[in-house]
Design a protein around this ligand. Structure first.
Ligand code: SAH
Ligand code: SF4
Length: 372
């Protein structure tokens, strides 16, 4: 195998591994597969393998993520990791340790093409899709980073729109469930509201939690905040949500970034209740986090509480999301992978890593986007 054909570690399938280990005793396939997925080991750490094989696998199964930087906040409870992918694009992962659970927020795309006006990732545009392996590896790395705590929950609420990278995201969900051992009820896919994707998700074999980023409950306002609403208006979105709930039995949640004077009025609460109540949906209120491209401020804390109480009065359960990592740009909607400017040449911190094949053109494209 030449270096240019080197597969990224978690992008190989089990049958690829069988082929790769041709000539080795059969039990090696299980050893390596479990070492990678259940124990999250690098091949070099698989001490139950002969040394020569470890070294060979270390070359053949290059990691897909190279750590560029890590920042911590909330006294170390929140950790944001900035990763370089092959080709130089960058994505971020956020690990959140709570008293009772540990959650990782993972990215599904480098950037995002959906253009929600208040979101830093959307403001950067889409650089590229992530592969299944790159998605899975974020979880594997986070699980090790979380030790000795046990990583319990996965949310697709990092960079990107998961349902705009459907095949890779779904294959990652299956891998995380089947091979990494994470239950579907501990996996949440968050979407801006791509109706065909929601319908497809409803027909899958694993019932994951679905979060829909609503932010407005009338079409005129939602068109202006979330441009994809022009394609999939609220009536179609609500129908797809109803179908999801009926097909999977999973509770739906709606995300609502609270924007002062824009979507925090009593009329907004009434419209939101009109959609959420019949669907028995839970509402997550997220005080708007500041981003460079959107000047309007978030609703002050007292206004968020008042909105929550108004919803409760209308029969809708809402919680206010605890905003982790705002100071390190790790909170919802702040991920833009720009905390460290990529080098001017290939635009990638990964260029120094021989494991990651360089694609200078792609690197420059992403650097341009990220530096904008
Ligand atoms: N693309 C998916 C998942 C990633 S965004 C989606 O949109 O659902 C994760 C959540 O952060 C979404 O609910 C999104 O609307 C929200 N968000 C984006 N920008 C935000 C901001 N500036 N402040 C608060 N929440 C924001
Ligand atoms: Fe993309 Fe979600 Fe941000 Fe909208 S909120 S631009 S869909 S990442």
């Amino acid at each position: 195998m030449t270096p240019s054909q080197t597969p990224v570690r978690y992008d190989i399938s089990r049958s690829d591994l069988v082929a790769l280990l041709d000539g080795e005793p059969r039990y090696r396939v299980d050893q390596v597969w479990e070492g990678l997925h259940q124990r999250g080991l690098d091949p070099a750490e698989m001490t139950d393998l002969p040394k020569a094989l470890r070294a060979q696998l270390e070359d053949l199964l290059a990691p897909g993520l190279a750590l560029v930087a890590e920042s911590e906040s909330d006294a170390g409870a929140t950790v944001k990791s900035l990763w370089a992918l092959s080709g130089g694009s960058r994505v971020e992962t956020v690990l959140m340790r709570y008293r009772d659970r540990v959650t990782v927020c993972i990215s599904s795309q480098a950037g995002c093409g959906m253009g929600c006006v208040f979101c830093a990732t959307g403001q950067a545009g889409l650089t590229r899709q992530l592969t299944t392996g790159e998605i899975v590896e974020q979880v594997i790395r986070a699980r090790r980073r979380a030790e000795p705590r046990r990583l319990g929950n996965i949310v697709f609420m990092g960079m990107g729109e998961p349902l705009a990278n459907y095949a890779a995201v779904w294959a990652a969900v299956e891998r995380l469930h089947d091979d990494v051992g994470i239950s579907a009820r501990r996996i949440t896919v968050s979407t801006v509201g791509l109706v065909p994707g929601i319908r497809r998700l409803a027909a899958e074999r694993l019932p994951v939690n679905l979060a829909v980023s609503l932010h407005a409950a009338n079409d005129e306002l939602r068109d202006s905040l979330v441009p994809v609403n022009r394609r999939y208006p609220l009536s179609e979105l609500a129908a797809a949500c109803r179908n999801y709930h009926a097909a999977t039995g999973r509770r739906l949640s709606f995300e609502w970034a609270m924007i002062a004077g824009v979507n925090d009025r009593p009329s907004d609460a009434a419209e939101l209740a009109g959609i959420a109540k019949p669907l028995h949906a839970h509402v997550n209120l997220i005080p708007l986090n500041p981003t460079p491209g959107y000047a309007t401020s978030g609703t002050p804390a007292a206004g968020v509480r008042a909105f929550q109480e108004r919803l409760a009065g209308l029969g809708v359960n809402a919680t206010v999301r605890d905003n982790r990592g705002t100071d390190i740009d790790a909170a919802c909607g702040q991920l833009a992978a720009r905390s460290i400017a990529p080098p001017a040449d290939a635009g990638t911190g990964a260029a120094a890593d021989p494991a990651l094949p360089a694609d200078p053109a792609a690197g420059r494209r992403s650097a341009d986007l990220l530096l904008r």
